[in-house]
Write a protein that binds this ligand. Structure first.
Ligand code: ARG
Length: 469
């Protein structure tokens, strides 16, 4: 047969109504095997459940069912062992598996596609994939949160400068700081649980778009595959990719959170800050400057966030112009999904290690705390307790800070007479009572940094993780 212009019916499943075979450039252009082979496990699982259902409703004999199951098992081991004869001319993983099944078991393979289209088959595989990967990421996020909580305990009482606008603002504790990161990842974990819930609808039985005349048992297949419900409209089900966007949204959020943390520790690992020591095994050097040690891993986590955002935007853009129902554009959905799933998994895994194994450089942190006007807000709030309206108190302490700065003193060095010059309310010995420890301990409401509150929240999150699915 001449390449690209053969006149014999093609080896395609639709060959019957075609008068020449597909052009070879078209074949290369339209193939998805190069990326959708990642769905092989899901595809085999789906076919096994579908075959079992066909057998139950009498469209396959038990012998045919057995042959198909055995053949699919062989295919699974072949792919697993890297021995499967992938062929690009069969377009995608679905056709590759079906063709191979025919080679292995003959006739029964031709019945497997009864009451099924690749449209509902692809939709099914993608949903299984999203549920699996979401669960995997939920587990990785649990591990990350647990690691963060153990660091929160370890550094619970270490005083850290808290920042707004990257300017020193108020003292916080190491415990409070780590729990802040834990909260973010806990919400991300929730988002992936939501992605599981959204994907949890079996589309199988939707056929190409309008179901089938054959009396299939959709619920049985769904149950067999671990779905808790079936989709309710075939036209929607074959073209719905909302659940992938949900997954990508969760991926974007967790990537942003990982990126923000990376940025913080990239700054904190500089000579200028020097707050954090990241072990050498997570750093790289320079080919020219012998002294360099660079936080490349954190930079890459920050950089890969662009991939996740791009994947979201890519799929959203792909979907926005599509009329019902299946359109071939949808083939490209997988590229975004696979890329984000892999990227997020790799980032979470390595960030968890860095989070668990880096340490604070306490001398540098103490140095940064020295002489700061950290406790100005506490002073203003004390004035409030003594009856001064907050705005007025704010202004008084503002003047005090300016005075202290001019006289090169820290707020806690100011004497009684100096304080009295700004407000008669300051009691004797007041400035000595101002300490960073007590400042943190006094902010003892829900969501505050006091050690008891931090400890309470750590326990709460631990319980939540133990209870959640
Ligand atoms: N390779 C295609 C995909 O991944 C399979 C679906 C083909 N369906 C169709 N109507 N051409 O989307």
């Amino acid at each position: 047969m001449k390449e690209g212009s053969g006149d014999a019916p093609s080896n395609k499943p639709w060959g019957g109504r075609f008068s020449e075979s597909t052009d070879s450039e078209v074949e290369r252009f339209t193939e998805s095997l190069s990326f959708d082979r990642a769905l092989w496990r899901e595809d085999i699982r789906g076919s096994l459940a579908h075959a079992t259902m066909l057998e139950k409703i009498g469209l396959l004999t038990p012998e045919e069912g057995d042959a198909i199951r055995k053949g699919l098992a062989t295919i699974g081991s072949e792919i697993g062992a890297g021995k499967f004869p992938f062929r690009e001319e069969f377009e995608d993983i679905h056709m590759n598996i079906e063709k191979r099944l025919f080679e292995l078991v003959g006739g029964p393979a031709q019945k497997l596609h009864t009451a099924r289209s690749r449209n509902d088959q692809v939709a099914l595989d993608l949903r299984l994939f999203v549920m699996d990967r979401s669960r995997e990421l939920v587990d990785l996020l649990s591990a990350l949160v647990r690691t963060i909580l153990s660091r929160a305990r370890e550094y619970r009482d270490l005083i850290l400068p808290g920042y707004t606008h990257l300017q020193q603002a108020q003292p916080v504790s190491g415990g409070y700081y780590f729990v802040a990161h834990a909260e973010r990842f806990l919400r991300d974990r929730d988002r992936f649980l939501d992605a599981v819930r959204q994907a949890d609808r079996s589309p199988l039985g939707s056929g190409a778009l309008a179901g089938t005349t054959l009396s299939i048992d959709r619920e049985a297949v769904a149950m067999e595959l671990g779905f808790s419900r079936v989709s309710k409209n075939g036209l929607d089900a074959v073209s719905d990719r909302d659940f992938i966007l949900d997954f990508l949204h969760a991926s974007v959020m967790v990537s942003i959170h990982m990126s923000q943390w990376s940025e913080e520790w990239i700054l904190w690992s500089t000579r200028e800050f020097g707050f954090i020591r990241i072990p050498d095994r997570y750093m790289t050097g320079s080919s020219m400057m012998p002294q360099k040690k660079n936080p490349d891993v954190l930079e890459l986590i920050r950089g890969k966030t662009g991939r996740a955002v791009g994947d979201y935007v890519g799929l959203a853009t792909l979907l926005k112009g599509l009329p019902l129902a299946y359109n071939r554009d949808l083939q490209e959905d997988k590229i975004h999904l696979f890329d984000a799933a892999t990227t997020v998994r790799e980032c979470l895994s390595i960030l968890t290690r860095i989070a668990g194994e880096s340490s604070f450089v306490e001398e540098k942190i103490r140095e940064a705390l020295e002489g700061s006007a950290f406790l100005a807000t506490d002073m203003a709030e004390d004035l409030v307790l003594w009856g001064v309206p907050f705005r007025e108190a704010h202004a008084i302490v503002g003047r005090l800070v300016a005075y202290a700065e001019k006289s090169h003193k820290s707020l806690s060095d100011l004497g009684d007479e100096e304080l009295k010059g700004f407000s008669p309310h300051f009691p004797a010995g007041y400035s000595r009572s101002l300490t960073q420890e007590s400042s943190i301990a006094r902010r003892n409401h829900i969501g505050g940094p006091s050690p008891e509150r931090v400890e309470e929240r750590i326990r709460e999150i631990e319980d939540e993780l133990a209870d959640m699915p």
